[in-house]
Unconditional design. Structure first.
Length: 167
């Protein structure tokens, strides 16, 4: 029982520590800031990847920009959607998560569900936005080697949907 309590206590202390860099009264060093930032960025797989252009990323975004406004019956949901979209990398090294993906609609209108999935001008592609909390790295006043994380709401375009135009 006692060791269980001790374990719980240790766990609570470690939780407290991981959140230690959040807020302007919580200055910490770069290493701890990185650790906290990584922990705060968890849970959204693509956003875990570092924010720099590696050859692999370049290939992915090149393929991405080749995506045109057209209906497809293969590929991931963003290319098979009747309001297809691609992902643009939104990178900021002074932010956690450093890498976010922003949806961009490929068509002003939509594509038909019927093969060969031609343009259907009856619908409009509309971007759907969501708010998420990001953390900006800030320097602590008068302490060049100390930093804190400032939480801010941030808008992320998650997908495009096909809507009936307003009448
Ligand atoms: C999402 O944000 C974009 C750009 O700010 C805006 O044009 C669009 O209308 C928003 N989407 C919705 C559904 O509000």
């Amino acid at each position: 029982m006692q060791s269980l309590l001790l374990l719980l206590q240790l766990w609570a202390v470690s939780l407290g520590r991981t959140q230690g860099c959040v807020g302007n009264s919580e200055c910490c060093g770069l290493r701890e800031l990185e650790r906290t930032g990584a922990w705060l960025s968890k849970g959204s797989p693509p956003e875990l990847q570092p924010c720099h252009v590696s050859p692999q990323h370049r290939t992915a975004s090149e393929e991405n920009t080749e995506l045109q406004c057209q209906g497809r019956s293969h590929g991931p949901p963003n290319s098979r959607a009747i309001s297809p979209w691609r992902y643009r990398e939104d990178c900021d090294n002074a932010r956690f998560p450093r890498r976010l993906l922003q949806a961009e609609c490929l068509c002003p209108h939509c594509v038909s569900l019927d093969p060969p999935h031609r343009l259907d001008r009856r619908g409009n592609s509309v971007q759907v936005n969501a708010s998420t909390t990001v953390y900006y790295q800030r320097q602590c006043p008068g302490r060049p080697k100390a930093f804190y994380l400032e939480p801010q709401l941030y808008s992320v375009a998650v997908a495009c949907i096909c809507v009936v135009p307003r009448s």
